[in-house]
Design a protein around this ligand. Sequence first.
Ligand code: EPU
Length: 424
Amino acid sequence: MSAEAEAYLRIAGHRRLTGEIRVNGAKNAALPCLAAALLSDEPSRITRVPDIEDVHRLIEILKTLGVEAEFHGNEVVVRPSGVCGGSPPDDLAASLRASFLVMGPLLARTGEASCGAPGGDVIGARPLDVHLAGFRAFGAQVDSVGGRTIAHAPRGLRGATIVLDYPSVLGTENLLLAAVLANGRTRIVNAAMEPEIGCLADMLNAMGARISGAGHHTITVDGVERLSGVVHELIPDRIETGTLLIAAAATRGDVCLTGVSPRHLEALLSKLAEIGIDVQRGDGELWLSVDSEAELTATNVQALPYPGFATDLQAPITALLTGASGISMVHERVFENRMQHLNELRKLGANIVAGGSVSAINGPAALSGAVVRGTDIRATAALIVAAVAAEEGESRVYGMRHLARGYADLPAQLAALGADIERV
Ligand code: EPU
């Protein structure tokens, strides 16, 4: 596609964001919860679903497996009675990471599952060993052939104690999805503790599963024979919330975010406090009001598994730190190649030195408009934040197909808060 034909955002900087926004439901909760609906014969309704590409793609995948699914007004109704196994088409599997989440439910329900290599953001190696070792521990035979995973468990899955080599988010979710229908007790040790896992466990328990400990290092699951349908509301998107808070801070704004879970954002709120931004909390609300002349202070950030600082906010906070006085060090410790926004931030005027997964940001830099390209969902969001906060000039931000995968309406939300931003 030529650059001329490709959509981009035209953004004029130097606007102070002000106003109130309600955040969407969580992308990374929507995906496992859609997969969970596969575990029952009965229909499920999932509410507060963000209208993003990854959700549409996963719904497409469910349809290829014999599921009926409709997405209307932030609700998805899934009718899984026709599920008979099968495998997602390779091109759809390759279009998002969460396509691999059909493995756990299909294996548990039908005794066999297969999936081509899952795709998603190109931010590091992203192996599947945690998922595969877990399926094997349940007694499944698992083979990887040319990037395709094929698993069989003709006599069903049996509960097991599984110690994860790494607290993988999708790995924990896939094993949870398999364990709920396995025979006997499963313990997932060194489980990921992200809030989206709690959201998935809540949905599964409401379907009749017996899960305890979700959100902690060890999750215990007592397998049940069948699960029923459910109506389940997703948790608020903590990464969208964080991105909007960071954008508000970068423009020295006055913004209130509603429908949020402040307790899911402790690491970000503590970093914002170190930078000099006081975020007030209410019941399901966060608001910040920064003096338009306020000077921000540099700080250090390490991206880690939850409850550490979210890797998905590493790029956005880097954009904010370009405007803080002093040297900030940012260390990405979850993915080995998630620093691709740095070159683009430099085009906007940021002063950053980087090596491997560590960057040193020397601020404050006066950013000015430039033509930049996001290479993954959160890198694109970071460039949008930087362009909105730039002191002068217009930017063109490319990478809309990445943005659409993970943010339902970030440009519209920023425009509603007063940013000068339009899709061209
Ligand atoms: N890893 C392994 N083995 C595995 C799986 C992962 O070594 O079997 C390693 C990865 O290589 C990586 C680290 O573990 O270095 C973290 O990967 P994880 O599996 O936890 O990530 P994920 O489950 O693939 C989810 C989110 C990501 C988010 C990460 C970390 C979804 C659909 N995706 O990915 O979200 O960055 O957890 O929090 O839930 C995004 O929303 O933009 C996004 C990329």
